[in-house]
Design a protein around this ligand. Structure first.
Ligand code: ADP
Length: 182
């Protein structure tokens, strides 16, 4: 089974939900940069203070900061992992490749979760996180299209990408993802 995975897709596609489920059932480390950043904000660390306003605007936190978080978690981890919300731009993807090279590891599969904008927006509005108001959501979708969506081509060209239709029940979507891992 593939166990070094990357989840890609717009905000609201359900990456976090599926990543958490899959990580729990397969014993993988679930590394969500969004969750880790929110924890830093909550704890009021210097890193959290730096990230807070940027996240509230729906923009990307600096690559260096996010990379430091990912490096810290992956360096000391034995076994499989699932990256959710990282990389989010080409520079982060290249930094990840370099880090994985150092660790003698490679990505085994990139799962792209696809969903219509209208559904994404209504899902996010009903979630109601601090950065889930309509203006910030539209901004996050714009950032996704401009900065993160180019990674689709990047990983497709490397033959690592598989797409999943992200509508339906949590279980249905989970089943589609599981089928890609064998
Ligand atoms: P969503 O998938 O709904 O956008 P996330 O929890 O993945 O939610 O991200 C929330 C916010 O955290 C982003 O809008 C961004 O400000 C910040 N963030 C998360 N991951 C990254 C990353 N890899 N690089 C830069 N900023 C990030």
């Amino acid at each position: 089974m593939k166990q070094r995975l990357l989840f890609l897709g717009p905000p609201g596609a359900g990456k976090g939900t599926q990543a958490q489920r899959l990580a729990a059932s397969h014993g993988l480390l679930h590394l969500s940069t969004g969750d880790l950043l929110r924890a830093e904000v909550q704890a009021g660390t210097p890193l959290g203070q730096e990230a807070e306003a940027v996240m509230a605007r729906g923009e990307l936190v600096s690559d260096a900061l996010v990379l430091a978080i990912v490096r810290g978690r992956l360096e000391n981890h034995q076994g499989g992992w699932l990256l959710d919300g990282f990389p989010r731009n080409l520079a982060q993807a290249e930094a990840l490749d370099a880090l994985l090279g150092e660790l003698n590891q490679g990505i085994e599969l990139v799962v792209l979760m696809e969903l219509d904008d209208a559904v994404l927006i209504s899902r996010l509005l009903s979630r109601g996180r601090d950065d889930d108001n309509e203006d910030v959501i539209r901004h996050r979708l714009g950032v996704y299209r401009e900065q993160t969506a180019p990674l689709i081509t990047h990983y497709r060209e490397r033959g690592q990408l598989a797409s999943v239709e992200a509508s339906g029940s949590v279980e249905e979507i989970g089943g589609r993802i599981e089928a890609l891992l064998v």
